[in-house]
Design a protein around this ligand. Sequence first.
Ligand code: ATP
Length: 585
Amino acid sequence: MKYSAVVDSYEKLQGHSGRLAIRDVLAELLKQTPEDELPMLVYLTQGKLLPDYEGVELGIADKLALRALHTASGKPVELVRETYIRSGDIGTAAEKLLEESRQESLFSEQLTLKRVYDTLFAIAKTSGEGSIEAKLKDLVNLLNDASAKEAKYILRTAMGELRLGVADYTILDACAIALLGEKGHRKALERAYNVSSDLGYVVQLASQKGLKGVERVQVQIGKPIRPMLAERLPTAEEILKKMGGDVAIEYKLDGERAQMHKNGNKVEIFSRRLEVITNTYPDVAEYVRQYVKGKQVILEGEVVAINTVTGEYYPFQELMHRRRKHGIEAIMKQYPVAVNFFDVLFSDGQDLTGRPYSERRAELERIVQVTEFTRPVPAKRTKSAEEIEKYMEDSIAAGGEGLMIKDPQAVYTAGARGFGWIKLKREYRSELTDTIDLVIVGAIHGRGRRAGVYGAFLLAAYDDKKNDFPTITKIGTGFSDEDLEKLPKLLKPYESLVKPANVESQLVPDVWYKPKVVIETIASEITLSPSYPAGLDAVRKGSGLALRFPKFTGKVRDEKGPEDATTVKEIVEIYGMQLKKIKSE
Ligand code: ATP
């Protein structure tokens, strides 16, 4: 397939914002694509090279992109840089600079989708000494054979800034129409995606095997399942009402979510964002080998740092010591962990995701041996709000942050936030009942005591409809001196000379960052604000939403990707809950 055909479709997408129009353009593109190239096309359109769990990341720095553009266009470095800053986007700059220096007839070769994919893959995989020059060479070769329009998309993709406004679910919609011939089949595709976490695979399967093949997709050992997520409600009474009066309550512990796949003696562990973290927790892998019955099992649990003398749990921050590549054996002994299993999704040949919670919990209790380091998370059934409140106190005393309340009838809804699980955190009178996870998109220089370091950060929520990051607050409180030293280092690779295309902001910070780093915040309330675009018009015309008195909790949520940050939709819901609470007081 020619890359120019892909680019033609991308150009059409830029002209549309409605989901249906986007879906139709994508459907046409899928129809034109040869079966064996479908995965490549899908990953590239998602702005990726492989499913997230493979850990191959796109995203060259803008300095490298500018050098490549300088060499390929033959234009002076300064002009290239200026054009980039003025246009605010690498793709537009590339198109402009190359249009002037390139004629159709000069191309030596027509680019194919495969060549673009393979080159970007090679660039992403190159590391170590001399890698910058090697990447540069590959990129320049590709740009030399590209038309101005192709170069626009190649550079955007290479920088991780493709931003077509295409959500994963829109690709599934397009696939239903183009490859299964029926809009209604999207549900089956969605399930296949949620249990395999691999959109390229699902789309190719639809083409090869049709609906029957898609419906047969089963949970598979070794392929991570997209996690089920919890909704929020403010009180035990409301939760009981929502779930029909009879619920299961579990401690909600403050650690790291782990999805553990056991296949005989082999154990693989995936994080909440489905990255492989087996090397971070070799001890957890060993516990699963030893203390979980069954040859083939997929479980979920919360890994918590533990004091082995007293048996107490430490807060999440203690797990940070585990985030290193070398010397994990020694660190493991110094900072031991325990696992509280809370779900089982597959057990000896059986996919359990379609079974109700009550059955899965019974299976969990059957297969998990209780030891110093392993147990099913404490849980009980109840119909009483009072008992829920009491269990909340028990959970907090045991180092938990509240309760997870689960509908005993609910199946495991992979990849979805729903009311099958509802989280209940302890109420603080002056604060919101839940923390909010936001993405750092900018920094503002400090003054006074903070001169020389950043005084505040600009934060954004995730808008899953538009697939972008509207800002919601500035934050300067809650940072220790250590945080202020560490955060800029963590953010450095994501610095951007211009506002990243997927950030919406009226405010202009001193430094922009590509949305990558997620931090946890707490605030006193959510207010209407004319200065921030998050939730614009959702509550009142012309107003967005902002956090009042935001404070950093100390947690960098490195197990969350930017798309896992709190969504605008959730912020609007929290705003609604807060209003209800005020009215009832
Ligand atoms: P998200 O809902 O996006 O995961 P989050 O990561 O900030 O948000 P919460 O929403 O507060 O976390 O709660 C969900 C998380 O709680 C789970 O991802 C899991 O890591 C943790 N957790 C702790 N105990 C339990 C439990 N008993 N059952 C399910 N999840 C639990």
